[in-house]
Design a protein around this ligand. Structure first.
Ligand code: EPU
Length: 420
């Protein structure tokens, strides 16, 4: 397993181009299952999760070709039953359920388990599909959904922690080929849902309201092939913004879509970070002292849970007390004990982390536990005195395209030690 060796203390300077969004491209790839015709997706990030989704689509019978950052998929003839072991390995693959059911009338995929950030149930996905008339069984580790013909319905997708992003995507993708009109209430409003709506419409679907809590989908008989460019990754952009601020540097984020980053930029400004917008680019710099901020993660357009760990690192460097409350996933604080190895003073009280900041971190060996926690550890290593070794970086390779290369271009002293 690869590791990162990071020598801290160098402020980041320069420009970084933001890649296509992992959490947008996975549902887009799933959506290509809805048509026999070829689809082309551009600005596809080269990530292990994306390659893995490619393997899943291939195992279902699709042809999948990566050409640089362009992805060509054609699902001319596919089967509705997925490979158990393959699908089980990546939670995001649950979003093939809706399109398979919509096109094939049958979808059998492995039931995703929980993961280190929480239990991650799929009850809302299933509730939505059942509302469209699917019969759903959970047997031998599989979700087995069948429907002769899905029928449009009015349904409510809000759960205990608010709306569900991939649940909304699944129901949208099932509903585009259903008979009649589907109205999803309490739909997720994330930009990734809008991106999916745009792609589905380019394929001939009739989706209105994606990005708002009410999405209306009028079913059509069939969809055709389409071309689409993935939106920039707002979480990657936020991660580089926090890294620039934490190291006291100055970084321009090229093609960052600032309109997707309001909550993060607002908190950075409140913390004393300078944020300058120029079109689709953002310049992030920090020269003076940081101020403590309180953060609560919320569904979009609130502060994203996927940036909580990174922001916690910034707060460990900030004199004073900051309270960070996680409202989306119940156990997304795995990074706290690793940050403690670097000298951070963080106490967990229920869903909140109380960060007593202001001390310089000092390098140590730490272990990545999930994607965003790993990004936080890398940022911590960049600011720490001495050397930090981050192991299990396969977590970070799932969702950050060449993070070590991009950081090196910004002046970071980060080296990848490849597994023997
Ligand atoms: N939930 C339910 N029932 C469901 C589905 C979700 O109770 O049927 C709960 C979850 O347990 C959680 C909340 O609803 O408490 C929100 O979960 P959501 O379904 O929105 O998460 P997701 O769609 O599975 C996506 C991203 C995550 C990101 C979340 C929240 C992808 C592939 N994953 O997951 O990304 O944290 O939305 O924004 O799009 C990451 O990139 O590191 C990552 C974990």
């Amino acid at each position: 397993m690869d590791r990162f060796l990071i020598k801290g203390g160098t402020p980041l300077h320069g420009e970084v181009t933001i890649s296509g969004a992992k959490n947008a491209v996975l549902p887009l790839m799933a959506a290509t299952l809805l048509t026999e015709e070829p689809c082309v997706i551009r600005r596809v990030p080269n990530l292990s999760d994306v390659r893995f989704m490619g393997q899943i689509l291939f195992s279902l019978g699709a042809t999948v070709k990566f050409e640089g950052d362009t992805l060509r998929i054609q699902a001319r003839k596919i089967k509705g039953v997925g490979d158990y072991e393959l699908i089980r390995k990546m939670r995001g693959s649950i979003c093939i359920l809706g399109p398979l059911l919509g096109r094939m009338g049958r979808a059998m995929v492995s039931m995703p388990g929980g993961c280190v950030i929480g239990a991650r149930p799929i009850d809302l996905h299933l509730k939505g599909l059942k509302a469209l008339g699917a019969k759903v069984k959970i047997e031998n580790g599989y979700v087995d959904a069948t429907a002769r013909r899905l029928k449009g319905a009015e349904l409510f997708l809000g759960g205990r922690s608010g709306p569900t992003v991939l649940g909304t995507a699944n129901v949208m993708m099932a509903a585009v080929l259903a008979d009649g009109v589907t109205i999803i209430e309490s739909a997720a409003c994330e930009p990734e849902v809008i991106d999916l709506g745009n792609f589905l419409n380019a394929m001939g679907a009739k989706v209105v309201g994606a990005g708002s809590p009410t999405i209306t989908i009028t079913g059509v008989k069939c969809l055709h092939g389409a071309e689409h460019e993935v939106i920039p990754d707002r979480i990657e952009a936020a991660t580089f913004a926090v890294a620039a601020a934490a190291t006291g540097g100055e970084v321009t984020l090229r093609g960052a879509r600032p309109d997707h980053l309001h909550a993060v930029l607002d908190k950075l400004r409140e913390a004393g970070v300078k944020v300058e917008r120029s079109g689709q680019d953002l310049k992030i710099s920090r020269h003076g002292r940081l101020h403590p901020v309180d953060i609560t993660t919320l569904p979009y357009s609130g502060f994203p849970t996927d940036v909580q760990a990174q922001m916690m690192v910034l707060m460990t460097l900030t004199p004073g007390i900051s309270i960070i409350t996680e409202r989306i996933f119940e156990s997304r604080f795995m990074h706290v004990s690793e940050l403690a190895r670097l000298g951070a003073d963080i106490a967990i009280e229920g869903p909140s982390a109380i960060v007593k900041g202001g001390k310089m971190l000092s390098g140590a060996p730490v272990m990545a536990s999930d994607l965003r926690a790993s990004a936080a550890l890398v940022i911590a290593g960049l600011t720490a005195r001495g050397t930090t070794e981050v192991s299990r970086v396969y977590h970070i390779d799932r969702g950050y395209e060449q993070i070590d290369g991009k950081l090196r271009k910004l002046g970071a002293r980060i080296e990848r030690l490849e597994a023997e």
